[in-house]
Write a protein that binds this ligand. Structure first.
Ligand code: F6P
Length: 319
């Protein structure tokens, strides 16, 4: 391939810029031209496409967000939208596309692949919910943002001897809640992948208070319910007063951590290698610190599994 494209799509994630930089630099290093598609699949349909040079991706490795902008695009879910995208790519002489994003973005890449256009998916989402990789770009940075918030909330929780409920993102996955809850020493973590027992939660909170615990932190994944809903049921069930903190989109911003920058550089670069080898229809990932790639159609059919051993551990350590 002599000319490839790159786009970011879906919810942004810290480290997307580092991935775009890796795609551009790796390709140019190997004399392959790179075109940036702006505003995700929306921009693809509308032909918002520009050639990128080495300098186009200077000074972005440390920046959150995405220089290529992003969007969620309903039209691209239709075959007509996908055909318009392929026509734009062909009109610009672009022979393969790197798609950096989450599961919706992968679905778009899968659709293009099924229509014979070579795409490679790079997992970029704070949710860590993409099959075929143990880690997604942005997850580590989001975790650190959540932990910073938990540490701060713990200060005020202790001063007032309060129970706090912290609602975190993750869509239908519990990874952000689980990892941040474990790292932040939360007393209780609620994830969509497992049921919770309200009686057990209440007795755990009460026995902690009796032992003289000055605060309690409960991390709730948004895929379970909202923090407010959980606060309401704790009030109804046990007459427990709580405070709720919804972290929201703060989890998507900020300078990417070193781990995310390295991951993004490795995955972005591997995606270009695959296209240069003439291999489209792949999804890159990392497993046991080794780069891997799967058929994108098969990858999307694989289930995302949360680490239930880690969940068990979090319960053991928060007695
Ligand atoms: O997929 C990333 C994510 O931040 C999810 O955790 C969250 O549910 C969703 O995007 C929010 O989407 P939006 O920014 O469109 O409200």
């Amino acid at each position: 391939m002599k000319r490839i494209g790159v786009l970011t799509s879906g919810g942004d994630a810290p480290g997307m810029n580092a991935a775009v930089r890796a795609v551009v630099r790796k390709a140019i290093y190997h004399n392959v031209e790179v075109y940036g598609v702006y505003q995700g699949y929306n921009g693809l349909i509308n032909g918002n496409i520009e050639k990128l040079e080495l300098g186009s991706v200077g000074d972005i490795i440390h920046r959150g967000g995405t220089k290529l902008y992003t969007a969620r695009c309903e039209e691209f879910k239709t075959r007509e939208g996908q055909q318009k995208g392929i026509e734009q790519l062909k009109a610009h002489g672009i022979e393969g596309l790197v798609v950096i994003g989450g599961d919706g973005s992968y679905r778009g890449a899968k659709a293009l692949t099924e229509q014979g256009y070579p795409c490679v998916g790079v997992p970029g989402t704070i949710d860590n919910d993409i099959p075929g990789t143990e880690l997604t770009i942005g997850f580590d940075t989001a975790l650190n943002t959540v932990i910073d918030a938990i540490d701060k909330i713990r200060d005020t929780a202790t001063s007032h001897e309060r129970t706090f409920i912290i609602e975190v993102m993750g869509r239908n996955a519990g990874d952000i809640a689980l990892w941040s809850g474990l790292a932040g020493g939360a007393e209780t973590i609620l994830i969509p992948e497992d049921n919770y027992d309200m009686d057990e939660i209440v007795s755990r909170l009460k026995s902690g208070q009796e032992r003289g615990k000055k605060h309690s932190i409960i991390v709730v994944a948004e895929g379970v319910m909202s923090g407010d809903e959980f606060a309401k049921s704790l009030k109804e069930k046990a007459n427990l007063e709580t405070r709720v903190s919804v972290l929201g989109h703060i989890q998507r911003g900020g300078s990417p951590t070193a781990a995310d920058r390295v991951l993004a550089s490795r995955l972005g670069s591997r995606a270009v290698e695959l296209l240069m080898e003439g291999k489209g229809g792949r999804a890159v990932g990392i497993e046991k610190n080794e780069l891997v790639d799967y058929d994108i159609i098969e990858a999307l059919a694989m289930p995302h599994v949360v680490d239930l051993d880690m969940y068990k551990l979090s319960k053991e350590l928060s007695i």
